[in-house]
Design a protein around this ligand. Structure first.
Ligand SMILES: [Cu+2]
Length: 474
């Protein structure tokens, strides 16, 4: 009968449809799978970005500090496990490393007993590429019993931090990080370091202490407070009932910072801010972030707490303009870095993953540059969540946010808070050849695919990523 014929056709079509969906899903799964080992350049070649071989290929390991120069500062960092916590030199945060501008810094990293291996990445320090500490890109993870020596010249001045870049979504939160301060050649004035960190399952801490930390300071003294957010999420900081100046962002001085009161400052994950805080003639000053405080004043001096101000200090219009050192209007390259989210497969794992320019995993684009290129990048976020975006080896300057041009001091960052719905235009000069991660510093997000690279044409790497490589930078 006619009806039976139609239902058979429908059934066949239905079976065909299901088969087609299964076939496409299987293809998507297979296509997302990464080889057991692969070089990062091969991954991006898969996405159509071949490293240009016009110039003889150079390797990431070629980019080092002057090998004939002796070290000015020598430090040893021993990575170890203490219960659920990971430590450098048996403490977390690890020791604050202080150097002067121009010093050649030599740090020997030893892995005592961290099973997955470790590395050290110098967050915000524009080191030569071989010293960047990214497992599987610039070095192999340092296995238990092994060591690796980092050597670089501290060219910048400011507040930085260091952390492991092997299985970083676990190792950083569990404690493998510390402060790295580069003082001006003439030495620093009165200052304090404040690392904000939340260990797994614990309340937020400041320099490892939950609640309040005190540091002696004289009445009337001006203190440079070096704050770093080593957590995965943005936070705010403010000064209770007092004025402050924002002296530096991400290790770059603000030009002509003015005094502000009643304003909080956003510090995205990985970001730093140097605040100048004046100790009152009587009592003490209190620098706050939700849950923690740093109190500066004579022993016993009181400083009231205050709720977070509602108004923000906006770096887009703070301070006074100054030359950028390059002209973004004559950019050699313009790139888009569009952050989104959709269901799919990431290296064979089904999930609701982050996308870069609509792609995920092995299909994400790399950003190819040549030395000297002026690059303008448009960063946008329509993924539903905030992302602290971090570029290795370079700083970029914010030119525009949501259609509003920057009018303050040049706002140089290495860690940028990109809220859902935001559109940033940033610019920089490609002046540090190598292969550089350009990723979300909410480290679980990097593991969920919000990670790509700024790659210089002609640069390769002998190191491998992939499940059989032993290297897993995220
Ligand atoms: Cu993110």
């Amino acid at each position: 009968m006619k009806g039976q014929g139609i239902s058979r056709v429908v059934r066949l079509l239905g079976a065909g449809g299901v088969g087609l969906v299964l076939l496409l899903t299987g293809w998507a799964w297979l296509n997302s799978r990464l080889p057991d080992t692969y070089a990062v350049t091969e991954m991006h070649a898969h996405a159509g970005q071949h490293t240009d071989q016009r110039v003889p290929a150079r390797s990431v390991i070629d980019f080092v500090a002057d090998v004939s120069r002796n070290a000015d500062v020598k430090v040893e960092l021993v990575a170890g496990t203490e219960g659920n916590r990971l430590t450098f030199n048996a403490t977390s945060p690890g020791p604050t490393i202080r150097v002067r501008q121009g010093d050649l810094v030599e740090v020997v990293l030893r892995n005592q007993d961290v099973p997955d291996g470790v590395t050290v990445h110098w967050h915000g320090v524009d080191v030569p590429n071989a010293m960047d500490g990214v497992a599987g890109v610039t070095q192999d993870a340092v296995r238990p019993g092994e060591a690796f020596t980092y050597r670089f010249v501290a060219e910048q001045v400011g507040t930085f931090w260091y952390h492991s870049h092997q299985v970083s979504h676990q190792q950083v939160i569990r404690g493998l990080f510390g402060a790295f301060v580069i003082e001006p050649a003439g030495g620093a004035g009165v200052e304090a370091v404040a690392l904000l960190h939340s260990y797994p399952g614990e309340s937020r801490s400041l320099n490892g202490t939950v609640g309040e930390v005190r540091q002696d300071a004289h009445p009337g003294e001006r203190v440079r407070v070096r704050i770093a957010n080593t957590d995965n999420s943005p936070t705010v900081v403010w000064v209770a009932e007092g004025a402050y100046r924002l002296l530096a962002i991400d290790g770059t001085d603000v030009n002509e910072p003015t005094e502000v009161t009643g304003r909080k400052l956003t510090l995205t994950a990985g970001a730093r801010a140097d605040l100048e805080v004046r100790v009152p003639e009587s009592g003490a000053a209190r620098v706050q972030a939700p849950g923690v405080s740093l109190v500066l004043g004579p022993p016993g001096a009181m400083a009231p707490e205050s709720p977070a101000p509602t108004e923000f200090l906006d770096p887009l219009s703070y301070g006074t303009p100054a030359p950028l050192g390059f002209d973004p209007a004559t950019a050699d390259l313009e790139y888009e870095y569009r952050i989104g989210r959709r269901p799919g497969f990431l290296d064979g794992r089904p999930g609701y993953w982050w996308t870069i320019n609509g792609k995920m995993g092995r299909n994400v684009p790399a950003f190819m540059v040549d030395p000297g290129d002026v690059v303008v990048m448009r960063l946008s976020n329509r993924s539903g969540e905030v992302h602290p975006m971090h570029l290795h080896g370079h700083h970029y300057v914010v030119l525009e946010r949501n259609g509003v041009a920057a009018t303050g001091s040049p706002w140089w960052v290495d860690s940028l808070n990109v809220e859902n719905g935001d559109d940033f235009v940033v610019g920089f000069v490609a002046d540090n050849p190598g292969l550089w991660m350009d990723h979300c510093h909410n480290l679980p997000h990097a593991r969920e695919g919000l990670m790509t690279h700024l790659m210089y044409n002609g640069v390769g790497t002998p190191f491998l990523l992939g499940r059989a490589s032993g290297n897993q930078p995220e």
